[in-house]
Design a protein around this ligand. Structure first.
Ligand code: HEC
Ligand code: HEC
Length: 496
């Protein structure tokens, strides 16, 4: 696609044209046209550069959020005490794990992150999806997980929180979760999407639960058991080392300002998930160059990125690729579900959660049981996308160029997909061709754009302006990472 010519703002071009070869005014002139057009598009799409407006964002420095952070880093929330939330969602790894497919319990070296994290007995990865970032978790309004199996049912404009705590008589329909039949209300889901979500990694066998700790219990009884173990009040005597229990007891007493309350009323699964969600919701990373640009700082991004933005926001036929049709708003997602034909690598969700014996991950259909939802996955936010790879719901793409090219021509890209790009050992690719064959008939209406290498470069340059510099800066991320001296936390090694 040709760069935008100066037709929109001729006057500055003419004015500066004479001097242009000798000065930077050439760029000012070219960009004036670009800026003019981009700001028109920015207005058309209602962008404000402020994705967190009207959101309550917990402050990472407050004691409750700090306790939530320690829980997020504690392996004691996993059945075998060998995996923490942070094992798959580490702030220094972009709020995820840098793996195509996450590795949960049953690892050789629990403290390892990234490619060094491998399952015992040479097992292939068992989790069938890529871990999305927890960064900006507070910004989701409608649902969580890539198939939206946590979904807000609350009436009203902003569905991300339910002040009514999920009680319908107070006017809220709360959240639906995998603990209930879709789309019923789960009355135990808690007060916001992140809290409703946090209840599930704990009980997924491949992620944190494992097979050994009270395997007979249902989800709800199992969560209570975990809380009892953490608080050292399990009547059947499951316990952690005393120093560990005392550490958590003291921490909860302090945060809830309850020196004398029975510990069973403080270290509960509801409080644990509430604290976890506060920590996740404190991870707001939206101070990026693009938002500065949207707010009027025309020098915040390069000309190349501006060209990329035009390609992103313009419609097909008007010089762009219409990425905005799905990656909408300041949060870069419509929170809807679409089939983009991401190459089906890895074990299938269907193998585990759905009765069907073999087949590809059916995405949204596994939740709604509607055939039209087959192979649809939620549109990801693109904020900080530079640091959240590998990309796609199963991490099939290991470069940003690769996923962008896929978005431009999903069908041809999927058919030409090269699994040798995967860096993680053991990712299942045996059924790739057959599974892709099964997906093709459902991928109707996908575009096949003509594009140049320059287009890809410009789109990637634009996507990189969505990175908040903090997420690449260990010093800036420090408040979100517990100090090494804390007991009972994962001490992640070898990666940094
Ligand atoms: C074994 C790795 C692993 C562990 C441990 C883990 N997660 Fe995740 N997490 C994932 C994967 C994979 C997904 C995506 C699953 C899906 O979409 O079906 C996910 C999804 C999420 C999401 C949804 C994000 C979104 O964009 O919808 C949140 C929030 C989250 N996890 C928080 C947590 C918390 C809190 C814990 C600890 C209680 C935790 N995770 C433990 C791998 C993990
Ligand atoms: C029809 C809706 C739609 C359009 C149009 C669209 N996307 Fe996407 N995009 C999605 C969905 C859905 C996914 C996730 C697909 C999956 O994982 O199965 C996605 C994934 C991505 C990802 C990977 C993000 C991650 O965290 O893994 C990037 C990058 C991306 N899109 C960029 C673009 C660009 C650039 C364009 C325009 C050329 C574009 N998209 C057009 C819906 C769309």
């Amino acid at each position: 696609m040709k760069p935008l010519s100066g037709v929109y703002c001729l006057r500055p071009l003419l004015l500066f044209g004479v001097f242009s070869l000798l000065s930077a005014n050439l760029w000012a002139g070219t960009d004036a046209a670009l800026d003019h057009e981009l700001h028109r598009l920015i207005r058309t799409h209602g962008l404000t550069g402020d994705p967190a407006k009207d959101k309550e964002i917990p402050d990472i420095q407050t004691p409750a959020v700090q306790l939530g952070m320690r829980l997020f880093f504690s392996s004691s929330l996993s059945g075998n005490r060998d995996v923490a939330c942070a094992s798959c969602h580490h702030p220094l790894l972009g709020g995820d794990d840098d793996l195509s497919l996450s590795i949960g319990t049953g690892v050789i070296e629990p403290d390892k992150l990234g490619l060094g994290r491998t399952l015992r007995d040479g097992k292939a990865p068992l989790v069938s999806r890529n871990a999305p970032t927890t960064f900006n978790a507070a910004l989701w309004r409608w649902g969580m997980f890539q198939d939206g199996r946590i979904e807000a049912l609350l009436d009203g404009k902003d569905k991300s929180t339910s002040s009514a705590y999920g009680i319908p008589s107070l006017g809220s329909n709360g959240f639906t979760t995998p603990d209930v039949a879709y789309p019923r209300t789960d009355f135990w889901a808690g007060s916001n999407l992140a809290q409703a979500q946090a209840r599930f990694p704990l009980v997924f066998v491949e992620e944190m639960r494992g097979h050994d700790f009270n395997p007979e219990l249902n989800n709800s009884a199992y969560r209570s058991k975990l809380a009892q173990r953490l608080g050292g009040y399990d009547p059947s005597g499951n316990s952690l080392p005393e120093a560990v229990t005392q550490y958590w007891q003291a921490a909860f007493r302090q945060v809830y300002n309850a020196p004398d309350a029975p510990i069973s009323t403080l270290i509960t699964d509801q409080n644990i998930t509430d604290l976890l969600s506060q920590y996740e919701r404190s991870q707001l990373f939206v101070k990026n160059p693009w938002n500065q640009y949207v707010k009027g700082d025309l020098n915040a991004i390069s000309s190349e990125a501006k060209q990329g933005a035009l390609l992103f926001y313009r419609q097909p036929g008007s010089g762009g690729f219409g990425c905005v049709n799905c990656h909408q708003s300041n949060f870069f997602t419509d929170e809807g579900f679409h089939n983009l034909l991401i190459p089906p690598i890895g074990p299938s969700q269907a193998d585990k959660d759905v009765t069907e014996a073999h087949g590809v991950d059916k995405g949204r259909e596994a939740v709604t049981e509607k055939p039209e939802d087959r192979f649809r996955f939620r549109t990801p936010s693109l904020l900080n996308v530079e640091v959240t790879g590998p990309w796609g719901h199963n991490g099939a793409y290991t470069t940003l160029d690769g996923i962008v090219q896929h978005m431009l021509r999903p069908r041809s890209a999927a058919l030409a997909y090269d699994p040798r790009q995967l860096q993680q050992a053991g990712v299942q690719t045996d059924h790739l061709a057959a599974n892709l064959e099964a997906m093709l008939p459902y991928a109707k209406g996908l575009p096949e754009y003509e594009y140049t290498a320059e287009d890809v470069q410009q789109l990637v340059a634009f996507l990189k302006t969505l990175t908040d510099p903090c997420v690449k800066d260990a010093a800036c991320l420090k408040p979100w990472i517990p100090a090494d001296a804390e007991p009972d936390l994962m001490h992640v090694q070898d990666k940094f």
